[in-house]
Design a protein around this ligand. Structure first.
Ligand code: XMP
Length: 435
């Protein structure tokens, strides 16, 4: 890394990620480190220009107040929050809560005047640096990457491709629970347009076979997650001479994995949790980036807009939206209804405004009337939510004419559906997904 860096030492503030983002928005690279980092460790980090010590309401662990090690102040870096200023700084930054603009103003003088940091953090430099670092790490060895088609794995794929070309082997596992056209799009962009080495595995029958009759949400999630690893592992064993595994780990994954108080609501399945006996070294070139920076990196690398700005999609895919025991016909109805919703959201410009939107098909039917005859078919539920961090969410208040048009199209175009509902529930008390 050639970029100058401001280090934030975490004394239990929720706002540290916002402070780091604000400094990066000023064009200076910033990372968060635990409060107990030693002066030697700090000095070993590249291009540190200054330190911000930032505390908050969580600065007590097991009843004991935490503080940085005393020799941090003697490490030779400018420190914001030093001496009597310390309490002042904590209060000041905490006051701004999540206001990035206000934090920028508060730290600007320190970053540029005191630390003399250079504003050289941008995606062009990041990509150039990473290409060099990846080449140094990997040499002429091969890297395997599970390419789900999500933002993170797509950007890692594009970055690795730029760095090592043919020595990158991407594996795309279609578990049969992808959205309409999604797997085809991954093949089109990476194999046909970017000429990446891509192994495409259609494992639809295998997944749907295992899921047959399984109604419990956690069991479904477990089956999908475990089977995903199994299929990927089988493909990996077929390939010769792979030494590295690429992963789309991003900065919030690293920062959040430090949280000790989080309670599990549902198990999340992400591509990449592989068994240790595969013995790959990891390549994680995005691990310093926030999500919006990952997107900017994707744009810098020339990936299509829709891929880079794609809404979040859970690892178990449509499997957690086709409620209860999955059947092929209900899954197909869900996929079609979801495609209509996405199309209409794009027409109305809501795709750029709403954080996440999708359909759900429950495993019960209701009575309706079609062509003067009784019908007994499934409902489709529409969900559209906005959130900052997916921990809480509010619903999008969609205008009636848009909802009516979507409803009309779903009822006309999707077989075996006779009712459309809109989910009004915030998180909490609901979660964003239904399972
Ligand atoms: P919930 O339903 O927990 O979802 O409110 C919060 C966000 O996480 C996404 N989600 C997942 N993402 N693997 C993922 O990568 C998963 O297993 C998973 N489950 C839920 C969900 O779509 C929402 O954006």
């Amino acid at each position: 890394m050639k970029q100058d860096m401001i280090v934030i030492l975490d004394l239990g503030s929720h706002e540290n990620t916002v402070v780091a983002r604000a400094i990066r928005a000023l064009g200076v690279y910033s990372e968060i480190y635990p409060h107990d980092i030693t002066a030697a460790e700090l000095k070993a980090l590249p291009n540190v220009k200054g330190i911000i010590i930032n505390g908050g309401p969580n600065n007590v662990i097991d009843g004991v107040a935490i503080d940085v090690l005393p020799d941090i102040y003697e490490a030779g870096f400018p420190v914001m929050a030093a001496g009597h200023d310390k309490a002042l700084c904590e209060v000041k930054l905490a006051q701004f809560a999540n206001d990035e603009e206000a934090i920028k103003e508060a730290v600007k003088g320190f970053v540029f005047d005191t630390c003399k940091a250079e504003a050289n953090w941008n995606m062009k430099n990041f990509v150039a640096d990473q290409v060099e670092l990846i080449r140094q790490q990997v040499g002429d060895k091969k890297v395997l990457l599970a390419l789900s088609g999500g933002v993170d794995s797509s950007v890692v794929a594009a970055l690795l491709l730029k760095a090592i070309g043919d020595n990158l082997v991407c594996v795309h596992v279609n578990h049969g629970l992808m959205r309409k056209g999604e797997s085809e799009n991954v093949v089109e962009v990476f194999r046909n347009q970017l000429c990446a080495n891509l192994v495409y595995v259609d494992a639809t029958d295998r997944f749907l076979g295992l899921l047959e009759g399984v109604a419990d949400p956690e069991q479904k999630r477990k089956i999908i997650g475990t089977e995903f690893i199994r299929v990927f592992e089988e493909e990996a064993r077929k390939l010769d001479g792979i030494d590295f595994l690429g992963q789309g780990t991003i900065y919030p994954d690293i920062v959040e994995s430090g949280t000790k108080t989080a309670k599990m609501v549902k198990s999340h399945h992400n591509v990449g949790g592989l068994p240790e006996d595969l013995q790959f070294a990891l390549v994680e070139p995005l691990k310093q980036l926030f999500k919006d920076e990952v997107r900017a990196c994707g744009v810098e690398l020339g990936l299509p807009y829709e891929m880079v700005y794609r809404q979040p999609f859970p690892g178990p895919g449509l499997g957690v939206r086709c409620l209860g025991a999955i059947t092929r016909d209900r899954l197909e109805a869900l996929r079609e209804a979801d495609a209509i919703l996405r199309e209409e959201f794009a027409i109305a410009g809501l795709d750029k405004k709403v954080w996440q939107y999708f359909t759900v098909v429950p495993d019960f039917k209701s009575v309706g009337v079609r062509d003067n005859a009784r019908s007994y078919d499934w409902p489709v539920i529409i969900r559209a939510v906005n959130t900052i961090d997916a921990m809480t969410a509010t619903i999008e208040q969609i205008e009636w004419p848009i909802l009516l048009k979507i409803t009309d199209r779903i009822l006309k175009e999707v077989p075996n559906v006779n009712r459309v509902c809109y989910d009004m529930s915030p998180k909490p008390s609901s979660t964003i997904e239904w399972e």
